[in-house]
Design a protein around this ligand. Structure first.
Ligand SMILES: Cc1ncc(COP(=O)(O)O)c(C=O)c1O
Length: 376
C-alpha cells in the first residue's frame, strides 16, 4: 500500500471556474473570483476585510507593515512554527522574542508571555498549531492590558474556532494559508484578515504595491500613485478561481478529515497513552488539519518514521525550532525553550488528506502497533 503524507485537494470544480476567468478576461488580481473568495472569508470569520494574497507569507509580511514595525521593536512569538511567521518581522528588523509552547496543544504558552514583555514590545504573534486554537481569552487580555498588537498566524486554522468564535477573528489581523498542504488550497495562496477597521484602507494600499489604486478603481481619484510602503501581494484570478469552489465546500472537506482524525484517535488510543496523542481543549473546535503522535525520544521517532516509510506510509516530523536555525548563527544558542526543543524532536505527523480511507488508516495504525508491540 502507498499512502502519501498529503494529497493536494482537488474537487473537480476548479477547471470550470478557471474557464470562467478566460471568459471574463481579467487574469490579474482583485477581480470577480478574488472578491467572491474575500466575501466567503468575511462571512466565515466576521472580519472587517479579507484580502486574498499570493501566500500566507505575503499576508504575514503585510501584518508587519500594517503594525508599522520599526527596527528594534520586539515581537513575541513561538519558535515552534514555520519560518515566515518570524521572517515577516525580521524583514522589518524587529527583535524576535521567542516564547515556549504548551506541551498539550503545542501552541504558545500564554502563561509565559507576560514575563517577556518590555517597553519595546510592539506585538504578539500566535500560531494556531494544527488548527487548534491558542488560549485566546488569556492572550487577548494580555495584549489589551499592555496595549500590544495581536496577530494570528492562522495558516492552518480555516473553519476552526475557540469558544464558538472563528480563529482569525481575535487579533487585530490574521493570516491564512491556501498552500497545497492545507485543508483547502490553490497551490500557493493566502489571505489577510483585518479585524481592526482602522487598518483596512492601508491594507488595501499595501496589497497594491503601496498605491491608492483601489481609490482609482472606485473612481475616487483620476490617477493612482504611491502612498504607502507596500508590495505586490495580490492573488491572481487564476488562483482565486481555483480556490473559490474549495472555499465554498470547506466544511464538507473538513468533515471528511475530521472523520479520519477520529478514526486515527480511536485506533491509536487502544495502545498509545492519551498524553501522546493530540489534545483538543473542550472549548476548541478543530479542523483536522493534522494528526500527530508524540514519541518517547528522537531515536524512537527516527525508527518509527523509517518503518512507516518502508511500508509506503508518508510519515514525517515537523518544525525545527526557529531559534535554532542556522540563519541566526548561534544568536539564540543559550536560549532554553524546553518544551519547544522536546516537541520538535519527538512529534511525528501521519498522512492526512481529504479522501483518506478507513482501511488505509487501519493499515497505518496496525504498522504503528507492530512497532510498539515489537519492542521498537
Ligand atoms: C504556521 C504557518 N505559518 C505560515 C505558513 C506559510 O504559508 P504559505 O506557504 O502560504 O506562505 C505556513 C505554511 O506551512 C504555516 O504552517
Amino acid at each position: 500500500m502507498k499512502i502519501p503524507f498529503n494529497k493536494p485537494l482537488i474537487l473537480n470544480k476548479e477547471l470550470d471556474c478557471i474557464k470562467r476567468v478566460f471568459d471574463i478576461d481579467q487574469f490579474s488580481g482583485n477581480g470577480e473570483f478574488s472578491k467572491k473568495c474575500n466575501s466567503i472569508l468575511e462571512l466565515k470569520t466576521g472580519c472587517k476585510k479579507s484580502i486574498v494574497t499570493s501566500s500566507c507569507t505575503d499576508a504575514l509580511e503585510m501584518t508587519a507593515l500594517l503594525a508599522d514595525i520599526q527596527p528594534g521593536d520586539e515581537v513575541i512569538m513561538p519558535s515552534f512554527t514555520f519560518v515566515t511567521t518570524a521572517s515577516a518581522f525580521e524583514l522589518r528588523k524587529a527583535n524576535i522574542v521567542w516564547c515556549d509552547i504548551r506541551p498539550d496543544t503545542k501552541n504558545i504558552d500564554e502563561n509565559k508571555i507576560e514575563s517577556l514583555i518590555t517597553s519595546r514590545t510592539k506585538a504578539v504573534v500566535v500560531v494556531h498549531y494544527a488548527g487548534v486554537g491558542c488560549n485566546m481569552d488569556a492572550i487577548v487580555s494580555i495584549c489589551r492590558k499592555h496595549g500590544l498588537i495581536l496577530i494570528e498566524d492562522d495558516a492552518q486554522g480555516i473553519d476552526a474556532s475557540y469558544n464558538g468564535k472563528p480563529l482569525g477573528s481575535f487579533g487585530d489581523m490574521a493570516a491564512i494559508s491556501f498552500h497545497e498542504t492545507k485543508n483547502i488550497q490553490c497551490g500557493e495562496g493566502g489571505a489577510l484578515l483585518v479585524n481592526d477597521h482602522g487598518l483596512v484602507e492601508r491594507a488595501e494600499f499595501i496589497r497594491d504595491k503601496g498605491t491608492d489604486r483601489i481609490h482609482f478603481s472606485k473612481g475616487l481619484v483620476d490617477k493612482y500613485t504611491w502612498v504607502e510602503l507596500g508590495s505586490s501581494f495580490l492573488m491572481s484570478e487564476l488562483q482565486a478561481a481555483f480556490l473559490y469552489p474549495q472555499l465554498e465546500n470547506s466544511i464538507i472537506v473538513n468533515q471528511d478529515r475530521l472523520k479520519s482524525w477520529d478514526l486515527y484517535y480511536k485506533y491509536l488510543s487502544e495502545f498509545i497513552e492519551e498524553e501522546k496523542l493530540p489534545v483538543i481543549p473542550d472549548h476548541c473546535v478543530h479542523n483536522a488539519h493534522m494528526f500527530y503522535l508524540m514519541c518517547e525520544s528522537f531515536q524512537e521517532r527516527r525508527s518509527l518514521i523509517d518503518l512507516l516509510n518502508l511500508n509506503g506510509i508518508g510519515a514525517i516530523f515537523h518544525y525545527v525550532p526557529l531559534h535554532r536555525a542556522p540563519y541566526w548563527k548561534g544568536k539564540y544558542e543559550n536560549l532554553n525553550l524546553e518544551v519547544t526543543d522536546s516537541v520538535s524532536q519527538t512529534l511525528l505527523r501521519l498522512p492526512m488528506y481529504y479522501g483518506l480511507k478507513e482501511n488505509e488508516i487501519e493499515y497505518i495504525c496496525n504498522k504503528i502497533k507492530e512497532f510498539y508491540k515489537g519492542g521498537k
